[in-house]
Design a protein around this ligand. Sequence first.
Ligand SMILES: [Zn+2]
Length: 322
Amino acid sequence: MLTRRDLIKAGFAIPILAYTFGSSRLIAQKKMGSARSCGFYVMQFGTFKLVALEDGLQMLPFDKLLTRTTPEHVRSRLKRDLLTSPVPVSTNAFLLDGGGRRVLIDTGAGSLLDREVGLLPHGLNAAGYKPEDITDIVLTHLHVDHGGGLVRAGKIAFPNATLHVARKEADHWLDPAKRAAAKQNQQETFAAAPKILTPYRDAGRLRLTADGDTIIPGITLISRPGHTPGTLEIKVESNGHTILFLGDMLHSEQVQFAEPDIAFTFDENESSAIANRRTVLAEAAEKQYWLAFAHVSFPGIGHVRRAAKGYDWIPVAYGVDA
Ligand SMILES: [Zn+2]
């Protein structure tokens, strides 16, 4: 009988659903101390195998966290989707396997956040990979829910990986003057950044990147500042297909696809974040690019279509290859 791993090796798309009603069960299981559940989703993307990895859910009170709007407006938007604030929000990372490399895009929170996240290693294992298999890691940005999984007990969690971080991002979060001037809600990342980056730098595994750099041919890093000063769009082109990994360029799928001019309180520069969100969504809608977001419901992969003032989100159909 074919096992799940056999099927994945053969390139079939295998979803494991651990969200919607699964999510509350998952959290309950963790609290009971039983084995952690995890989620991963596989699809073929050109010559790459693309694996979405679920790090867990965060409960986000979007009526308090979204800016350039009102709490009433946000609550009415959520109500349309039968939701009330706070909203369960996925944290997704992605693995691209191809060309002899295994490139991880973001790492989840590891143990650096006191929230119901940090499940990525379990999903990775369930998908058939060990931490030693990862050859490259790209961070969309340095916030802890994306970079916390880089280290475990102060040591490198992916011993064979080169870590690619935008130079602008590393410079910002390692700068004591920037830290002193930053808002309270940014302090968690300023405190975490040296813990995350130093072990890789000391091991000679940290590569600081510039706008337009590539990881391997077909994987290009594009600077999209706003949410943070060094936020990256990771553009992957293969066999005529394009997918953009957009990290935190959008946080509330219920609100910000339809109204991309609404911002998020953790955006370092709201105007730049909005401008870049508008740019990438317009390009993706026009060219029908695939998109992959860190905080859109797992697996966070889909397309956008132009709507009245903004866009509609069209999630990937489970079981459909690119
Ligand atoms: Zn995030």
